[in-house]
Write a protein that binds this ligand. Structure first.
Ligand code: AMP
Length: 221
């Protein structure tokens, strides 16, 4: 069972790294942000949730916990999964720990640590394909044709929550609500691996993550 929690502030590169890992490990990438955006696109969510996400605040623990528990119970997650953007609060961390502990699963938490100034520069240049979710950056990872997804030709979009003011709000929410989750994992004796992702290219960060996972292979196998 390979249970990987990719942890880091908004813009730390979790989504990009999770997509690469899912390709090389053959286990699903579970992004709560993508799942919530899908639910909104399919018209299944309230205006309150849309407003919450647009403001950069967090959606309620109950909604997110139920969504993740349901997703982890699907057959494709039976041999492992990569969690991206979850858990983000102590309540969510407790729910996940109980779920994993009850099944004898030991997760590895990989913390992508990035300087906030680097993050603001990155997020304001971020573009995403609304169809397949692929992420680009206008400076560090541009698409082959400006504004168009390399994979399916769909026009790229700037996410509503990627403006500088909203980004600062999201970083504040991260500091207040999510950073304590790392301490929770550490204090509870879970494995937390630090990866410095400020100065590396996405390839460099991916190399470091793979080394970490190889190093943990006894437990992850
Ligand atoms: P992300 O794509 O992970 O940056 O998430 C985008 C937005 O979705 C966040 O700013 C929150 O509003 C919401 N969201 C995603 N994951 C969670 C979570 N685990 N708990 C609460 N809200 C979440």
């Amino acid at each position: 069972m390979k249970a990987i929690v990719l942890f880091g502030s908004p813009g730390s590169g979790k989504g990009t790294q999770a997509k690469r890992l899912t390709g090389c490990l053959g286990i699903p990438h579970i992004s709560t942000g993508d799942m919530l955006r899908d639910r909104i696109r399919s018209g299944n969510e309230t205006e309150t949730m849309v407003a919450t996400m647009q403001s950069g605040a967090l959606v309620s623990d109950q909604v997110v916990n139920e969504m993740v528990e349901q997703r982890l119970s699907e057959p494709d997650a039976a041999h492992g999964f990569i969690l991206d953007g979850y858990p983000r609060t102590l309540d969510q961390a407790g729910t996940l720990s109980t779920w994993l502990g009850g099944r004898g699963i030991h997760e590895v938490v990989i913390h992508l640590a990035v300087d906030y100034n680097v993050i603001i520069a990155r997020l304001t240049g971020r573009r995403q394909c609304p169809r397949c979710g692929t992420l680009y950056n206008v400076t560090s990872h541009p698409p082959k044709v400006d504004g168009v997804c390399d994979l399916d030709g769909t026009g790229l979009v700037v996410r509503d929550d990627d403006s500088e003011a909203v980004i600062r709000g999201r970083l504040e929410a991260y500091d207040l609500q999510t950073r304590p989750v790392l301490d929770y994992f550490r204090e509870a004796g879970h494995r937390v691996v630090e990866v410095d992702a400020s100065h590396e290219t996405p390839d460099g960060v991916f190399g470091k993550i793979c080394q970490t996972i190889d190093g943990q292979s006894a437990e992850l196998a």
